[in-house]
Design a binder for this molecule. Structure first.
Ligand SMILES: *Cc1c(COP(=O)(O)O)cnc(C)c1O
Length: 305
């Protein structure tokens, strides 16, 4: 269980769950997901790992580290457009990952060809979707939801809402499935850091549906849809772009609380949460914010402070 504590008390009580402190390679939600993938890899006799993501990808960093620690080769397919050198890409080199950069339109095809080539060479590759998307990634946050329930049981504090940064939607889907399986009706609000609705919310609903179907044969697509609150109002100029308010928020979280947040995910989501609370006149609630990680990106961002 990651640290969870009261952060701010104003019109509401804001608590924070520090998944950035998961004890593996700067933690974060990608570490939570990757643990489950590597349990399968360890059991299945796989000889290498294939995944995709950008040069700044937290997912690729953690997967490349877990592969290297086991002596497994990690093959990463990356879109040419995203090839900016970052602390995450520097770590990929350190982990000896092989990175193939291709045009964004060719990523899917290159993954297929890479898997084919590796199999032809007698390898047994394990494929992980970008960001750890899929039922196993969802499972990681069903488990995290269980930790939140445990905290509530032990502390007697109940959270009215949960906020976090939402990207591919697996984190949000896992939390929603956790709530559904426990019959909880509280709002799980994903603050989008890139995708617009309707697509952004649909992707989360699809993940909820896919996972819930493995648990309940009669679970409907409508039930999945109505459980999703995917908020696309605080994206600003788009993925990886942030404004002065997001920077000010990151600065305050660091100076006042000693919590590093990156501008692409966590600070953007935290700022979005504060705006959402104000715009919707939410008062007198216990609110949980999940810090989903991204600490290496924080160091890339430090230049902008
Ligand atoms: C990937 C990532 C997210 C988004 O998670 P999804 O499960 O893809 O929605 C949020 N925060 C950080 C720091 C991330 O690296």
């Amino acid at each position: 269980m990651t640290p969870l504590y009261l952060l701010e008390e104003n019109e509401n009580k804001i608590f924070i769950m520090r998944d950035d402190l998961l004890p593996y390679c700067f933690g974060g939600n990608k570490a939570r997901k990757a643990r489950l993938f590597f349990e399968e890899i360890d059991k299945g006799g796989y000889t290498c790992v294939v995944t995709y993501g950008s040069f700044s990808s937290n997912h690729c960093r953690v997967v490349a580290n877990m592969a290297a620690g086991r002596g497994l080769k990690c093959h990463i397919i990356s879109a040419l457009e995203t090839q900016k050198d970052t602390f995450n890409s520097k770590m990929l080199r350190l982990f000896g990952a092989s990175v193939t950069a291709v045009d964004a339109a060719l990523v899917a095809d290159t993954i297929d060809k890479t898997l084919e080539r590796l199999r032809a060479q007698g390898e047994r590759p394990y494929f992980i979707a970008g960001g750890g998307h899929g039922n196993l990634g969802t499972q990681a946050y069903v488990d995290a939801y269980g930790e939140i329930l445990q905290y509530e049981r032990e502390s007697g504090i109940f959270f009215d809402r949960i906020f976090h940064a939402s990207g591919t939607g697996t984190t949000q889907a896992g939390l929603i499935c956790g709530a559904l399986l426990n019959g909880d009706r509280r709002d799980i609000a994903g603050i989008s850091i890139a995708r617009k609705n309707p697509r952004g919310g649909e992707v989360v609903a699809d993940s909820v549906f896919d996972y819930m179907r493995t648990r309940r044969a009669d679970f409907s697509a409508e039930a999945a849809k109505s459980a999703v609150n995917f908020i696309d109002k605080y994206i600003g100029e788009g993925y990886g772009k942030s404004d002065v308010r997001v920077k000010a928020c990151a600065e305050e979280l660091l100076v006042k609380h000693g919590i590093p947040t990156d501008l692409t995910y966590t600070a953007k989501a935290y700022r979005g949460m504060l705006d959402y609370i104000e715009e919707n006149e939410i008062k007198g609630e216990n609110i949980l914010f999940i810090h989903t990680g991204g600490s290496p990106l924080f160091f890339d961002d430090l230049e902008a402070f």
